[in-house]
Design a binder for this molecule. Structure first.
Ligand code: ADP
Ligand code: ASP
Ligand code: MG
Length: 815
């Protein structure tokens, strides 16, 4: 014989009840079975709400009642043929009794725990009746037995304790004579020894089923619900969670005690005593294998950590004071006080100095707890031996569970570092000596992020999700999105990186989708987005609170650069091709580096120098491995290289500059390139990354432009002065030609000093043949004293810059 329990969703609609009937009929072909049912989904809550409204003299309890009535009558009418009026009449009589009870509550405006249980019992009594009638009509051999006649409890209303002796005797004697193939029992409800209606606590139908299963020593207890088993984490909050095939009783108990609602915590104990396996199955997907909870399972090849669960809305209370040290009995008095008030303690930690005890309880219990504890310790508090109890609200506890964690080192380390990396502050830690469970207390607002972070760390070892927010979708930004779109599949398959673009913004609009924006329609979607602002964009990123968040700055804008500190402080990584931050004053640069270290948030800007060329990364590797840079010689401006490679006595300087701009090789304002400022910023960044303190003013900039060029106050005027001063540029060209030299705009860093300027480069020099928009950097270091390390290649262009940004993003994913 088996016991099957169907939860609220399983009996929540006509369609689902038909599914349940199908499962029962199928099973009952081979052996008799017992079926425990919950109230129709949502009804227990509605009954409670109606009761509370009535108690508060609010007449809308009547409309709540109407709702309850019509839900049941509708289900009945769809399941039972219209000729059968007796079942409808029976149901209406029961509903009338419910209405009378609610009217009574309204009249005396009181809803005691005792009346609450009477009220809530209607849910299971009604659902079990309807299902029995439906099965009867289809010709099944079925009987309903009221669990209130079997399960005997104490009078602790709303969560009564079972008297197993009396209960087991009742169950055995009833089933000894039962002849029907299917027995339907309402879950959750019971009666006290004195005959008053009681309940087993919210979610208690699972427990009813376990009590019956244990009393009858059945082969198996099946819990049929709306998910395909017990998952590695709550599937509503962690999309990547998956059903756990096997669990030990202890693991299931820990997970359910710490919030895995799929199984009511007391359910395990009765069946554990007789080694009866619990099978959790999905009513809507009966073919799914579900979860088997038993003793026969060995941890074998599965992961050491088996699941994560969490409890929302808790508070942490701390009792502390010098008067506690070394004096026994404080904990005893404290926990006795809590027990007297029937306050459930979720977790306890005690500092080794005994100077403080810290424990977690539900938010709703805090006022009661505060009063009671302060009263118990009134004397000590008045003598300043201990402080009044300290309360922190809005916390949650997250538990990582697994029988075998004790045999493995470093589990807590991994857990804490994963949380730390994502800026999730741990308020308290509790780890049982058995080490089946490591619990951490964190802020309520961080729960989703923490669950996903821990899940990724322990259950998706291979996969890492990167959540990207891009500001600036001009040439480079657009190419970046295109490259991400193209590479998404590759990244997933080869690097196990799941890259999603969550937010996008240009200067006018911004869009977000925390499940990932469409990279096909982003253009149109962005046009229809909300108005953009840098602060609002940041607030969105912060509120999403997603793990591995990366802010990508694809602008050349100073205000965007000023936002980096905000992001880093939230442990959000920053990737930038914008050079402004790294070439701003030294204090700001140092501060950004400091924040990056402090908050564990990468700050990467490889594309600041040489677009996609691996210049900064190489430099960082040289320094990290103990090398020292003595000199840097470089051509760092793709645009200036393009200009001087194309300029000669047959072209016009103005036309060549214009062409460079049109082809996207210059900054939006070409003066930034031609004045040498852009190159100066780049050598400044390289000097800083080499370990030298330097500011932009310290760099000698020998401009090749005329006074008129330099003084022009708009891009248009600047272009006009280029036309006017053509002779000046031709002179520069002729001088180089006469010496068989090429003009190159060179940046140098020697002995802590840097300079930029136009140079005549003789034949044979590595810069001489530098083509198109290429860049070249020569690092002279202690390890490369004569033959420099040379990095050379395309140093400008949207595609290579985008790929440099992309490489930085991936670097974060693979670290
Ligand atoms: P029933 O009404 O069938 O008793 P419950 O709502 O009590 O169903 O329990 C099932 C729900 O438990 C799921 O829909 C899911 O949202 C929640 N849940 C929380 N944690 C877990 C978990 N680790 N695995 C599966 N479900 C979980
Ligand atoms: N109907 C009850 C509740 O909602 C019991 C149960 O569903 O297990 O809490
Ligand atoms: Mg349940």
């Amino acid at each position: 014989m088996n016991v099957l329990k169907f939860g609220g969703t399983s009996v929540g609609s006509v369609e689902n009840i038909k599914q349940v009937i199908g499962i029962l009929e199928n099973y009952s072909k081979t052996e008799p079975l017992i079926c425990v049912v919950s109230a129709v989904g949502g009804i227990t809550n509605k009954l409670l709400k109606a009761g509370e409204l009535a108690q508060n003299k609010n007449e809308s309890y009547l409309s709540e009642f109407k709702d309850i009535k019509s839900i049941h009558l509708n289900i009945l009418s769809e399941l039972i043929s219209s000729q059968d009026t007796t079942s409808k009449e029976y149901l209406e009589t029961k509903l009338q009794a419910l209405k009378s009870l609610l009217d009574g509550i309204y009249l005396i405006n009181e809803l005691s725990p005792k009346t609450t249980d009477k009220l809530l019992s209607f849910g299971e009594l009604l659902s079990s009746y309807i299902i029995t009638e439906a099965l009867k009509e289809r010709g099944n051999s079925v009987m309903r037995k009221n669990s209130q006649e079997l399960i005997v409890t104490d009078s602790n209303f709303t969560k009564a304790e079972v008297n197993f002796n009396l209960t087991n005797t009742n169950i055995l004697s009833y089933f000894a004579d039962a002849k029907q193939s299917i027995t339907i029992l309402p879950g959750f409800i019971s009666k006290s020894e004195g005959g008053e209606q009681t309940t087993l606590g919210r979610g208690g139908s699972d427990f009813t089923a376990a009590i019956i299963a244990a009393a009858l020593r059945v082969n198996r207890l099946e819990i049929w619900t709306d998910v395909s088993g017990m998952y590695t984490a709550n599937p509503k909050l962690v999309k990547q969670a998956y059903p756990i095939k096997n669990l030990s009783y202890q693991e299931a108990m820990e997970l359910s005690h710490f919030g895995a609602k799929v199984l009511y915590p007391p359910t395990v104990q009765p069946v554990l005593d007789y080694n009866i396996p619990i099978h959790i199955k999905n009513t809507m997907v009966p073919e799914a294998s579900g979860t088997i909870i038993s003793n026969d399972y060995t941890n074998g090849k599965t992961t050491v950590a088996r699941g994560i669960s969490h409890i929302d809305n808790m508070s942490l209370l701390t009792l502390q004071g010098n008067g506690m040290v070394g004096i026994p009995g404080f904990s005893k008095r404290l926990f006795e006080t809590l027990a007297q008030e029937k306050i459930n303690v979720i977790l306890i930690t005690q500092a080794s100095s005994e100077h403080s005890i810290c424990f977690g309880i539900a938010n709703v219990d805090t006022i009661k707890a505060e009063k009671a504890i302060n009263a118990t310790f009134e004397n000590e508090i008045s003598l300043h031996k201990i402080d009044p109890i300290i309360i922190e609200h809005d916390l949650a506890v997250i538990a990582l569970v697994g029988d075998n964690m004790k045999n493995h080192q470093g589990i807590s380390g991994r857990l804490f570092s994963a949380l730390g990396k994502n800026n999730i502050n741990i308020r308290a830690i509790a780890q049982g000596a058995s080490e089946k469970n490591i619990s951490t207390v964190i802020a309520q607002k961080d729960v989703k992020k923490a669950l996903n972070t821990i899940h990724e760390r322990f259950f998706e070892e291979q996969n890492k999700q990167l959540n990207v927010f891009i500001t600036g979708v001009g040439n480079v930004g657009e190419r970046l999105i295109e490259q991400i779109k193209q590479q998404k599949k590759y990244l997933k398959e080869h690097l196990k990186i799941n890259l999603r673009v969550i937010g996008l913004s240009n200067s006018r609009k911004m869009i977000f989708d925390d499940s990932g924006l469409s990279l096909k329609t982003w253009n149109v979607d962005l046009d229809n987005g909300e108005s953009a602002s840098l602060e609002a964009f940041f607030e969105h990123v912060k509120t999403f609170n997603l793990r591995n968040s990366i802010f990508v700055d694809v602008t050349a804008n100073e205000s965007v650069a000023k936002m980096y500190t905000n992001y880093l402080k939230e442990s959000i990584a920053v990737v930038a091709c914008n050079k402004i931050a790294c070439s701003s004053d030294m204090e700001n640069y140092n501060n950004l580096k400091l924040l990056s270290r402090k908050y564990n948030a990468p700050f990467l800007f490889e594309t600041n120098v040489g677009a996609g060329l691996p210049i900064i990364d190489t430099l960082n590797n040289l320094i990290a491995s103990g090398d020292e840079v003595t000199s840097i010689q470089a051509v760092l401006s793709g645009s200036l290289n393009f200009v001087f490679n194309n300029f000669n006595d047959k072209t016009k300087f103005h036309d060549v500059v214009k062409q460079a701009q049109l082809e996207g090789y210059t900054e939006p304002d070409p003066r930034i390139d031609l004045s040498g400022v852009d190159v100066a910023r780049k050598i400044l960044i390289l000097a800083r990354e080499s370990g030298t303190d330097m500011n932009l003013d310290d760099i000698e900039n020998k401009s090749f432009l005329t006074k008129a060029n330099l003084e022009s106050d708009s891009v248009d005027k600047f272009y006009q002065t280029l036309i006017d001063d053509e002779a000046h540029f031709q002179k520069l060209y002729a001088s180089a030609q006469s010496k068989d030299c090429q003009l190159k705009y060179v940046a140098e860093f020697n002995n802590g000093k840097a300079q930029v300027g136009l140079k005549e480069i003789p034949q044979g020099h590595p810069f001489y043949n530098l083509e198109g928009k290429d860049n070249i950097v020569m690092f002279y270091t202690q390890r490369y004293p004569e033959q420099p390390m040379i990095i050379k290649g395309a140093g400008a262009g949207a595609d290579v810059t985008a790929s440099g940004l992309f490489a930085d993003i991936i670097r974060i994913g693979t670290n």
